[in-house]
Design a protein around this ligand. Structure first.
Ligand SMILES: Cc1cc2nc3c(=O)[nH]c(=O)nc-3n(C[C@H](O)[C@H](O)[C@H](O)COP(=O)(O)OP(=O)(O)OC[C@H]3O[C@@H](n4cnc5c(N)ncnc54)[C@H](O)[C@@H]3O)c2cc1C
Length: 351
């Protein structure tokens, strides 16, 4: 057993960063356990300061990785591989997963400090009131126990800290948030938006609401973050902290409190359960290099290892009381999981 903490947060990505910040700011001694390697911000692994010709194969293709099933997220439609940000994606060869042949899926992971907050596409939308009501109105399931009005103040809270740019478009299904000034549309986008307005007035094309800052506030500048430089190099990591990530924003805020400890290269294998108190008592990890096991104890355990990763840990956490995994007395754990879907987009060429 190692040192005690008030809270253990497993995972340091999008949600883990937030959990760490909130707990640390409230005065709790917090340990973040991350399975991947340590990264600083700015990191020597960021490639945003390199010109295209300074990147290996101009950041596009490398025969070394051009093997079926590896880095699936980075393959272009023409079969090329984008390598400029490959360091921030888990290699399926090293971390394989299986799926039924008739239901294939792509499990994109980022095993390093900051997780997928480094490579996300920064689209920052709110759920609208209808999203909370639609299933019940359509006759599926039960009404959600919370509605838009309950969650709206939390959207405000997150957007204020993260720094989101966007326009107040007055669309009820896409509620507005706390925005910095929006980016301009390109002339091709303006052309399409104008034509849509004329020909299909009930279809609106709006500028994206994105976590790329246009007018950093004191909250952001105090963390050393500056305005987005509009270079479209985000996936390479951003030296300016121009887009929101756990590395550039939440983890530094947590660290500034003096309450944060981070341990990397530590793969959480189980949440430990105390049969006498009936509560989680800590987390056991496997050291990624030595394969040795270590346990950390805390009063609260927060699983932020991603949708699939957290379920994996819970299923692994077997005890006399929970022989099928912690929080799995119903047997529902491992079913009905939503991770992230991508590729639902349309495109066109303006000539
Ligand atoms: C290419 C791409 C584009 C995206 N674009 C958008 C977008 O535009 N807008 C949007 O809202 N969302 C987007 N997403 C989704 C978004 O990135 C995820 O929903 C979000 O990062 C999930 O946060 P998380 O904390 O659950 O997981 P992650 O950010 O993945 O963090 C999980 C962390 O837990 C660690 N971990 C996992 N297992 C263990 C373990 N056993 N022990 C210790 N640590 C562990 C991982 O290494 C990782 O650091 C995108 C995702 C991808 C991949």
């Amino acid at each position: 057993m190692k040192q005690d903490y008030d809270v253990i947060v497993v995972g340091s990505g999008m949600t883990g960063g937030w959990a760490a910040k909130e707990f640390c700011e409230k005065g709790f001694k917090t340990l973040v356990i991350e399975r991947g390697r340590h990264l600083d911000h700015p990191s020597t692994e960021y490639k945003d300061m390199q010109a295209p010709w300074q990147l290996e194969n101009r950041g596009m293709a490398s025969e070394i990785y051009d093997e079926e099933g590896r880095y699936r997220m980075l393959k272009t439609k023409k079969g090329k591989l984008k390598t400029e940000s490959i360091q921030f994606f888990a290699d399926e060869k090293e971390y394989p997963y299986s799926y039924p042949e008739d239901r294939p899926f792509m499990w994109t992971r980022g095993y390093h400090l900051g997780g997928r907050s480094l490579t996300w596409a920064r689209v920052s939308l709110r759920f609208g009131p209808k999203d909370f009501e639609a299933n019940a109105k359509d006759g599926h399931g039960i009404p959600w126990p919370i509605g838009y009005d309950d969650i709206a103040p939390w959207y405000d809270y997150v957007e204020t800290f993260a720094g989101i740019s966007g326009n107040k478009d007055g669309l009820p299904d896409q509620p507005e948030g706390v925005y910095q000034k929006p980016w301009n549309m390109s002339c091709a986008e303006e052309f399409i938006a104008d034509n849509l307005k004329k020909n299909l007035p009930n279809r609106r094309m709006i500028i994206g609401r994105t976590a790329n800052m246009t007018e950093p506030t004191e909250i952001q500048t105090s963390l050393g973050r500056t305005k987005c430089q509009a270079r479209s190099y985000c996936e390479r990591g951003c030296t300016f902290g121009g887009y929101f990530s756990a590395l550039s924003a939440t983890l530094p805020a947590a660290r500034n409190t003096g309450n944060l400890t981070i341990v990397t290269d530590a793969i959480a294998s189980t949440v430990d359960y105390d049969e006498t108190t009936g509560k989680a008592s800590g987390v056991t990890i496997v050291d990624a290099h030595t394969k040795e096991k270590r346990s950390y104890r805390a009063r609260v355990v927060f699983l932020c290892a991603s949708a699939l990763g957290s379920v994996q840990i819970l299923l692994n956490s077997k005890s006399n009381t929970f022989p099928n995994g912690l929080a799995n007395s119903s047997g529902a754990l491992g079913h009905y999981i939503m991770d992230h879907f991508t590729g639902t987009m349309g495109g066109g060429t303006v000539l």
